[in-house]
Write a protein that binds this ligand. Structure first.
Ligand SMILES: [Zn+2]
Length: 149
């Protein structure tokens, strides 16, 4: 991937999970000479990164957006119901409807979540049609990175 990026001269935005076990620069073989911008959130989910991804492409000119999710992600173990129940424990009563209505990004199957997020980006009117969207699955145990189509 880094060789292709170097050749194109275009930047890449990498959306990945905020899990501290992940080092996207190392996983993707990126260094400071490449125009790589990191966006991280719980699970690396697109739906709460869309504002940032849309904004970044108006400031820079990323040729590629990478969506990278990983095995053993917290969101594969801790689902929306668990998160809602935990939040309901301390949130004031007037926030309960908001909590129930919020999607927290649970991941049932890593490849499915990557496909869903790639599809959201491809369908988004806020992302240029010319932007290449790449979905990657990272196996945190083996270190194997695979493209998800
Ligand atoms: Zn994760």
């Amino acid at each position: 991937m880094s060789a292709a990026m170097r050749a194109s001269g275009k930047g890449v935005v990498v959306l990945s999970c905020s899990d501290p076990r992940l080092n996207p620069y190392q996983i993707l073989g990126l260094d400071h000479t490449l125009k790589a911008t990191m966006v991280r959130n719980a699970g690396g989910r697109v739906f709460d990164a869309i504002r940032t991804l849309a904004t970044l492409q108006t400031i820079g000119a990323p040729g590629t957006i990478v969506v990278m999710h990983h095995t053993d992600c917290g969101l594969t173990h801790y689902h929306d119901r668990d998160i809602k129940d935990a939040l309901l424990q301390f949130a004031p009563a007037d926030a309960h409807d908001l909590i129930e209505a919020t999607r927290f990004g649970e991941i049932i199957d890593v490849e499915d979540s990557i496909r869903e997020d790639v599809a959201i980006l491809k369908a988004s009117p806020l992302i240029k049609n010319s932007t290449r969207i790449v979905g990657l699955s990272y196996d945190i145990n083996t270190g194997i990175l695979s493209e998800v189509k």
